[in-house]
Design a protein around this ligand. Sequence first.
Ligand SMILES: NC(=O)c1ccc[n+]([C@@H]2O[C@H](COP(=O)([O-])OP(=O)(O)OC[C@H]3O[C@@H](n4cnc5c(N)ncnc54)[C@H](O)[C@@H]3O)[C@@H](O)[C@H]2O)c1
Length: 308
Amino acid sequence: MRAKVSIVGAGMTGSTTAHWLAEREIADIVLVDVVEGMPQGKALDLLEAMPVIGKDVNVVGSNDFEATAASDIIIITAGLPRKPGMSRDDLLAANATIVREATEKTIRRSPDAIYVVLTNPLDAMAYLTMRVSKLPPQRVVGQAGILDAARMRAFVAMDLGVSVENVHCYVLGGHGDEMVPLTRHSNVAGIPLVDILPPDRLAAIVERTRKGGGEIVSLLKTGSAYYAPAIAVTQMVDAILRDKHLVVNASAYLQGEYGLHGIYFGVPAKLGREGVEKVIEYRLNEEELAAFRKSASGVAENNAKLNI
Ligand SMILES: NC(=O)c1ccc[n+]([C@@H]2O[C@H](COP(=O)([O-])OP(=O)(O)OC[C@H]3O[C@@H](n4cnc5c(N)ncnc54)[C@H](O)[C@@H]3O)[C@@H](O)[C@H]2O)c1
């Protein structure tokens, strides 16, 4: 039997995730949204694309959470995206109400699911999902690091004129402007970035990575990025369903790793059929640890505002 993945929030990131997932033929897909007819219409349209690419997946859209029953994975993309000039943190109050409701309505229908959270502010929403669902922390994970690293990889590849496949970047910390691109560990075909790029060009890439989401928001004006976020979620779902034990940058619950406790935070995490199997710890220097602590304090402040 094919796995079942339900996506709550059939907006730009939700529907694009459904598209990438269907293309990989790894699960039947349910799209749920509050807007009447929209998830049904998008699901039918996507279903009708399947004969052309020869993929046998079922795609269903609904306004009723009952359609999500017995899902293996629940993806939460419901909520408001940023508008120009907004930070992700500005979304906290409105999206907390939406994510809480989405979690309550899905967990009772899929008590064994693994949650992949996308809604911003990401680390706080992953924390909220874990607390509301009462799932063990390894069954709730947030997407941020694959996207942030992909942005950095794209910028490095453009700067150096090399294939994106040769560029490996690691972007950790909270999913906000204080994220921590690890330039010492990031490399091109094994050569550390610090040894290839002059400091000013590297600093510009780090800055553009940190502001990568905002750059797209200011161009689109009416929404935020969705192609790259959606393929990042797809990679996580793929790793979980195929039990790949794939180490990716993701927002995972920390219980002492990196000296941090009780927050969701961007770290290298090993993903498999049980969710987050392990948080990997890099040996960081003092400067990197200081950046981690600064980023973590912002995440903890958001969690405190959730009052849970
Ligand atoms: N973590 C990341 O890397 C990342 C990347 C991109 C977007 N995001 C975040 O993901 C969220 C969604 O972004 P988007 O671009 O898809 O926005 P969008 O506006 O296109 O879609 C959001 C959808 O959620 C739906 N929705 C609202 N309340 C709901 C509810 N209670 N139940 C079900 N559906 C509900 C809306 O009707 C809408 O269709 C935003 O918070 C955005 O900031 C995060």
